[in-house]
Design a protein around this ligand. Structure first.
Ligand SMILES: [Zn+2]
Ligand SMILES: [Zn+2]
Length: 420
């Protein structure tokens, strides 16, 4: 970005002008208080060499994490250890293909896609050129980033390991440490804001005519690369990344309602049906989400009980309620507390992924507890329903256009971004 270039607020659609910030500063939208960008996005752009170094480190850590077992259980001389991919395979063979696919995409495929595309793009920049499909790849990085859940998986691994200490001796393996390192490296890679990468790419492109932001120029913000386009028709293409431009996400409210209705229906079986079956000499026992929480609570792990309760009950229910309120008030063009509702939307976007925690815990538990003579744990249909609830609500919040909250309120005049 260059000084004075227009920038749209992702959450309310207000247009601002870009200004460089000093260390530690964040630019907030003057209308809805969303963070527009942080100081490190305004400093010197990351050099291609540093990008290649960090991304390459992350790719190698990713390979170690995926190729080595995460933890091993030892019980009466029997051992059982798995890599993440083997855990996915166990679920697949148990005919829980949907859960297996979810874990595969969120914990294996999307992180690989993000890191792979980032490495390829930055290697090209290091050689001083744009790789073919540069803009498409950056959009892949952005999309994959939204669905890659390494940090959620890491917490899931820790919970599973703590849970298993009551059953068997838990031996940590290289995969565990690699996932921990990958979580940290992931946070560093995240600092390569897509905006900084788009800006790096701009150096190789012919200069664009300046955006005037005159009302009759119909400025349209690209939801993909953030560029403010002008004189482009609704449904036209972004002049930088080629994404389709829309004034608002098409049929946003209808989609949100439809996905919410499906998620609410599935939430009932998700809570009634068992998420796990434990087969032991004493017979088969089914565990629902609630009974799992109670079990932790009663066996002296109130901390774990609270974490699982928050991730599996509190977060999904509050998400369903919050999205219904957002969709309803937007549909009836309510003018009530727009800044508060935007905050609720940001929270829904932020916490949504953490509901996958229980799915990761179920997967790892099922894959690890395979002591044929003593106990075998299998996944139940409740886990499938619950996984679908998480995905449906994540898509619903991605398709809800928060700018609809602000539409009934008159567009404020073009203003500068506030610093804090
Ligand atoms: Zn805003
Ligand atoms: Zn674009």
């Amino acid at each position: 970005m260059t000084e004075g270039e227009p920038i749209g607020c992702h959450d309310c659609g207000a247009l601002h002008r870009w200004h460089a910030l000093s260390d530690g500063q964040r630019a907030r939208c003057t209308r809805c208080a969303s963070v527009l960008y942080k100081w490190y996005a305004t400093g010197p752009a990351p050099t291609p060499a540093s990008m290649v170094a960090i991304t390459l480190g992350a790719v190698l850590t990713y390979l170690i994490a995926q190729c080595f077992p995460i933890v091993e259980l030892e019980l009466n001389g029997l051992t059982s250890g798995v890599t993440l991919l083997q855990a996915v395979g166990v679920l697949w063979n148990e005919r829980m293909e949907v859960i297996a696919a979810m874990v595969f995409f969120f914990a294996i495929a999307f992180p690989a896609l993000e890191l792979g595309a980032l490495l390829y793009v930055s290697l090209g920049l290091l050689k001083g050129r744009l790789v073919p499909g540069f803009h498409l790849l950056l959009r892949v990085v952005q999309g994959a980033r939204h669905w890659a859940m390494t940090e959620v998986l890491m917490v899931g691994i820790l919970i599973t390991a703590i849970k298993m200490t009551g059953l068997a001796r838990v031996i940590p393996h290289p995969g565990l440490f690699a996932f921990a390192a990958l979580t940290i490296l992931g946070a560093v890679v995240l600092r390569y804001e897509p905006r900084a990468l788009w800006t790096l790419g701009d150096r190789f492109m012919p200069p664009r005519p300046p955006v005037t932001l005159a009302a009759d120029a119909h400025p349209l913000e690209c939801r993909s690369c953030g560029l403010v386009n002008q004189d482009r028709p609704e449904g036209g293409h972004c002049c930088r990344c080629g994404a389709v431009l829309h004034h608002r996400v098409p049929n946003s409210i209808t989609w949100t309602w439809a996905l919410l209705a499906a998620a609410t229906l599935l939430y009932v079986p998700a809570n009634i049906l068992p998420v796990m079956y434990t087969e032991s000499i004493g017979g088969t026992e089914g565990d629902t989400i609630t009974s799992g929480v109670l079990l932790f609570w009663n066996t002296g792990s109130p901390g774990l009980a609270i974490v699982i309760f928050v991730a599996s009950v509190l977060v999904p229910v509050s998400k369903l309620v919050a999205l219904a309120v957002l969709a309803g008030t937007a549909q009836w063009r309510s003018r009530w507390a727009p800044a508060g509702r935007t905050r609720v939307y940001r929270m829904v976007e932020f916490i949504g992924r953490w509901s996958m925690l229980d799915i990761f815990v179920v997967t790892l538990t099922v894959a690890l507890v395979r002591f044929q003579a003593l106990a075998v744990i299998t996944a139940g249909p409740g886990a499938l329903a619950f996984g679908c609830v998480v995905i449906l609500t994540m898509i619903a919040s991605a398709l809800f256009d928060p700018r609809l909250i602000w539409d009934p309120i008159d567009n404020e005049a073009m203003s500068g971004a506030k610093h804090d």
